[in-house]
Design a protein around this ligand. Structure first.
Ligand code: FAS
Ligand code: PHB
Length: 402
């Protein structure tokens, strides 16, 4: 593999979807992924799709399995003061809803489709350098999978017209851009004094829709993956160690935080996966310099309280696929020149919503009683005002224009 039009770094949702959308527009790409196919298809992450993401997947021929096994949801519950308050999406957003369909399933669908279409997705092939972003002949140096031994073969070069780093927060795309003075890269970051302990459990969900709970002991989220698999999250300290969280302690803590007047019983079952995710907000700008572009988590991170991370990755690459097509096929650079500015408008809107949901629903250990009352006052306002509830609903289902 020595040349392509678009070299894509990373086979997460951003990189795979970009490759698929470019293929549909007749543009050749190669996806380089450091990890194995097994790893990327089973890494537990997001689960909530905005209406816009669902529309993109359906329109690009990737909606069949999602529509068969995904769960359409018409609202969420905010739980606090031992009471549940439902936020109804269709009545507050002119008929919109959301879809629960795991990121793992989207990645499986995308990998299968790219390979079926003859796409080049090179697993266990780590990009080690992105060169020539300011030239007309950029290239990627990568270590392909040595035959049968996983990543680490002799270094190879992939020449291309454009490099798109979809390589996540810890990838090399952003540092490469940062090392180009002319790019003038700026970064904004906020780390939160808590993390999420996420579990996957073989037990039927105890609710029909997601429950976001603020309890004095901390935040908890009840999500799901199917009628027989629950996905739950627990606010923990940023330095929490999974070794300190045996299953029983997790279930006991979740039960305590979901406490509510009325009949609610949290079902328990075997926990099949546990992970701790740090909580941060991060944005960098610009998301393009010369022939190097960033998309998805490579350029921005949101705390998952607003369920925006995966959805932002989809909106970035949808914008970029159109812009690159206009440039590479029509010689019109207006789309790529505007990509960063257009993407960042949506990103900052999602950053604010995710920040607001995180501060409102989590118990900050450094916060004082006044902060706690402010958060409860905001929750009570949303529970009692259609106008306040509409701001949550329209951001949660995804804004068509920002
Ligand atoms: P990804 O990080 O998914 O993919 C980047 C890919 O690039 C990876 O496969 C990586 O192996 C590869 N890569 C990196 N460096 C490379 C190199 N040098 N060469 C080749 N390949 C390289 N979002 C939500 O909305 N809800 C959630 O609950 C949620 N939970 C999350 C939990 C965790 C632990 C994490 C880390 C994120 C979570 N997110 C959640 C956000 C997540 O879903 C991201 O938004 C989403 O994965 C973004 O997709 P990508 O931009 O494709 O990046
Ligand atoms: C999930 O199902 O993984 C999920 C749902 C909503 C969130 C975060 C995670 O806000």
């Amino acid at each position: 593999m020595t040349r392509t039009e678009v070299a894509i770094i990373g086979a997460g949702p951003a990189g795979l979807l970009l490759s698929h959308l470019l293929h549909q527009r007749g543009i050749d790409s190669v996806v380089l992924e450091a990890r194995s196919r097994e790893y990327v298809e089973h890494r537990q992450r997001a689960g909530m799709l905005e209406q816009g993401t669902v529309d993109v997947l359906r329109a690009s021929g990737l909606g069949d399995r999602m529509d068969r096994v995904g769960l359409v949801h018409h609202g969420i519950e905010l739980r606090f003061d031992r009471r549940g308050h439902r936020i109804d999406f269709p009545s507050l957003t002119g008929g919109k809803s959301v879809m629960v369909y795991a990121q793992t399933e989207i990645v499986k669908d995308l990998v299968a489709r790219r390979l079926a279409d003859g796409g080049a997705v090179l697993f266990e092939s780590e990009a080690v350098a992105l060169e020539g972003a300011e030239s007309d002949t950029p290239l990627v140096r990568f270590r392909p999978a040595a035959a049968g031994e996983g990543a680490g073969g002799p270094e190879q070069e992939l020449r291309c017209d454009v490099i798109v780093a979809c390589d996540g927060y810890h990838g090399i795309g952003r540092p490469t851009l940062a090392a180009l003075p002319a790019a003038g890269l700026r970064m904004w970051a906020r780390d939160y004094p808590f993390a999420w302990l996420g579990v996957l459990a073989d037990v039927a969900p105890s609710c029909d829709e997601l429950i976001y709970a603020r309890h004095e002991r901390g935040f908890a989220l009840h999500s799901m993956r199917s009628p027989s698999v629950s996905r739950l999250y627990l606010q923990v300290p940023p330095d929490a160690d999974l070794a300190d969280w045996p299953d029983e302690r997790i279930w006991d803590e979740l039960e305590a935080r979901f406490e509510v007047d009325g009949d609610f019983k949290l079902g328990r079952g075997p926990i099949t996966e546990k992970s701790i995710t740090p909580m941060r907000s991060f944005v960098c700008s610009p998301m393009r310099h010369g022939r190097l572009f960033l998309a998805g988590d490579a350029a921005h991170i949101v705390p998952p309280t607003g369920a925006k991370g995966l959805n932002l990755a989809v909106s970035d690459v949808t914008l970029l696929a159109t812009a690159l097509t206009r440039w590479l096929r029509g010689g019109d650079p207006s789309g790529v020149d505007n990509y960063s500015q257009a993407a960042l408008r949506r990103i900052w809107r999602a950053e604010h919503f995710s920040y607001l949901m995180t501060r409102m629903l989590h118990v900050d250990p450094a916060a004082d009683a006044f902060d706690h009352q402010l958060a409860l006052a905001q929750l009570r306002y949303i529970a009692s005002s259609a106008a306040a509830a509409a701001t949550i609903a329209e951001n949660y289902v995804g804004l068509t224009s920002v």
